[in-house]
Ligand binder design. Structure first.
Ligand SMILES: CC(C)(COP(=O)(O)OP(=O)(O)OC[C@H]1O[C@@H](n2cnc3c(N)ncnc32)[C@H](O)[C@@H]1OP(=O)(O)O)[C@@H](O)C(=O)NCCC(=O)NCCS
Length: 164
């Protein structure tokens, strides 16, 4: 299967991202509701209060079809966090390894992440990709990725964040 990343630009891509996001709700570390078309539109057009400093969104195509998305967010406290999802019909083909490598290459610093303790596949894939476990609580594993940007983890920022 091909996997061609491109930054989200068109309304169709924004919508495809929403559909895949909604297909992945069961894997989220927080209980989230499906996003409506109107909410997605408002978010994309910056009509909602700004929750992050900046973000980068990508869709991934196999030929013409969008099969996955990723979203990197730069938070006001300096953290960078990723999220990605694969369309149900495109799972089981090993795409996530390539998506993880792609979003890591697009991040300009270390990353913070979360994964469900019950999600064996993502735990394995994240560990393989260099994510480190910081702590585990209430079914959620909190992670850190150096992303080859610094020699040592930024422990101060990590502990400040997780002690909130
Ligand atoms: C979970 C998800 C990321 C897996 O992606 P995928 O690339 O389709 O995964 P695959 O089924 O091809 O499996 C990839 C690897 O995980 C392993 N794996 C799959 N299910 C597993 C399980 N239950 N336990 C352990 N390993 C598992 C596979 O054996 C495979 O390893 P291998 O290549 O060494 O044999 C994908 O299904 C998805 O998008 N889920 C919804 C959204 C999500 O969870 N996003 C991540 C959190 S932000």
């Amino acid at each position: 299967m091909n996997l061609i990343p491109s930054p989200v630009c068109t309304a169709d891509e924004v919508e495809a991202m929403r559909v895949i996001f909604n297909e992945c709700l069961e894997f989220m570390t927080k209980p989230l509701s499906p996003i409506t078309h109107a909410q997605q539109h408002a978010w994309w057009n910056h009509e909602l209060p700004k929750k992050v400093k900046k973000f980068k969104a990508f869709v991934y195509r196999d030929n013409e079809e969008i099969v996955a998305y990723s979203l990197l967010q730069w938070h006001f406290d300096g953290r960078i966090t990723p999220i990605f999802g694969i369309k149900k019909s495109a799972r089981g083909m090993g795409l996530s390894r390539r998506i993880i490598q792609h979003y890591l290459s697009e991040a300009d610093g270390p990353l913070y992440g979360e994964e469900l303790s019950s999600h064996a596949a993502i735990i394995k894939l994240n560990r393989e990709a260099g994510w480190e476990l910081i702590r585990e609580e209430n079914g959620v594993r909190y992670l850190y990725h150096l992303n080859n940007k610094t020699t040592y983890p930024d422990y101060q920022s990590m502990f400040e964040y997780w002690s909130k």
